[in-house]
Design a protein around this ligand. Structure first.
Ligand code: FES
Length: 175
């Protein structure tokens, strides 16, 4: 899922809470449920949709300890357990992630690389069971797919580290 797509999901979630009592807190709560924290780009969407100043949102986010402004892990694995995903076996997918990463839902691996969380409907029930990792959507996920998903992100991380090392070497070479 591209960044735009995830912002669209946030926009939809916010619209649902608009004009309801305690809507701002509830909308923020839902966003944190989806991403594990409140990404700043998404806070801006809340401000736009609810007609609230961004400064007010910042005030709310910093007032309540519950809200996090920083990601609990580098790669956030959001596993949907909405009705459609639940029926199609999201529990066994969750178990597979838990077993592979040795963490439970709501926890982060000790190296802070992966954070695993269960979320409500992500709005693409036709693809159930759905998993989203840092904005990329995986549909019709089975427990057997889990090792490959984790491997994909581990490789991505290795690539990030490698390019950082290369950059360092280039800088050192130039010095
Ligand atoms: S129930 Fe999982 S995407 Fe809707």
């Amino acid at each position: 899922m591209a960044e735009d797509e995830s912002l669209e999901i946030t926009r939809k979630a916010v619209k649902k809470w608009k004009d309801k009592r305690g809507s701002l807190i509830m909308a923020l709560h839902e966003i944190q449920g989806m991403y594990g924290y409140i990404p700043w780009e998404h806070a801006k969407v809340v401000a736009e949709e609810m007609g609230v100043a961004l400064a007010r949102i910042y005030e709310v986010l910093t007032f309540y300890n519950f809200f996090k402004l920083e990601s609990p892990g580098k790669y956030i694995i959001s596993l949907c357990d909405g009705t459609a995903c639940h029926i199609k076996g999201s529990s066994s997918v969750l178990q597979a992630f838990s077993d592979a990463l040795k963490i439970k839902a709501g926890e982060t691996t000790p190296d802070k690389l992966f954070h695993l969380q269960v979320v409500r409907c992500l709005g693409c029930c036709g693809l159930a069971p759905v998993v989203v990792v840092n904005g990329k959507t995986y549909g019709r996920v089975s427990p057997a797919d889990v090792p490959a998903i984790i491997q994909e992100w581990r490789e991505k991380e290795a690539g990030v580290q490698e390019s950082k090392d290369n950059q360092k070497q280039t800088e050192q070479g130039a010095a």
